[in-house]
Design a binder for this molecule. Structure first.
Ligand code: GRF
Length: 187
């Protein structure tokens, strides 16, 4: 059995997808042992509804130090599923190769500090890109710079808004995230 810890900051629809695809077997032989949020959010409620241990560690300077103390001994993978705090270099190194993130754009484009949520989609629209999508990648100290595991694309239409792009990209995320998690866990 592979043990997963999920970090969230928001609504947690990707977290829900992880629960559902573990249940369906798309992510085989895995269990979410712990959900951690860095602010009050619905993601914690989703964990509660699934009877999964969940804790709030308020965002701030010592977040990663406190987080490290909570990570269960036998954790195979730490999944950032809509998580907005920056993970420290020390934490990245301690769990090297075991932390993955989902980003709502086709990295290496539209990544880095300040590129999150609606800011990403606004930047894509302003740049006139014809394609966007989602990327699952390993987390390293450089923000959004780790090795890419899986990407999924969507077309950007002339009448797309940041909100419509976010909706289209969420659907791609629900497809590639479980696949990427299963892929990493199978290694
Ligand atoms: C996703 O678009 C993800 O790419 C980004 O944050 C969003 C989280 O959405 N990092 P949800 O909380 O899973 O619904």
């Amino acid at each position: 059995m592979k043990n997963i810890v999920v970090l969230v900051s928001g609504g947690g629809t990707n977290l829900q997808r992880i629960f559902d695809t573990i249940d369906s077997g798309e992510i085989p032989n895995a269990k979410v042992k712990l959900v951690v949020a860095d602010r009050p959010c619905f993601g914690l409620q989703r964990a509660e509804n699934e009877n999964v241990k969940n804790i709030l560690i308020p965002r701030g300077k010592n977040f990663c130090e406190l987080l490290e103390k909570e990570i269960p001994e036998n954790t195979d993978l730490i999944v950032l599923a809509g998580f907005l705090s920056i993970i420290t270099k020390d934490f990245c190194e301690k769990f090297r190769g075991k932390i993955i993130n989902i980003h709502p754009a086709l990295l290496p484009k539209f990544g880095g500090k300040g590129m999150w949520g609606i800011h990403v989609h606004n930047a894509v629209i302003e740049s006139g890109e014809k394609k966007s999508g989602a990327t699952v990648h390993f987390v390293t100290p450089g923000v959004d710079e780790g090795e890419i595991i899986l990407q999924g694309e969507i077309e950007v239409d002339a009448n797309d808004t940041a909100e419509s792009l976010a909706n289209k990209i969420h659907i791609v995320e629900y497809d590639i995230f479980p696949k990427a998690i299963a892929k990493v866990l199978s290694k």
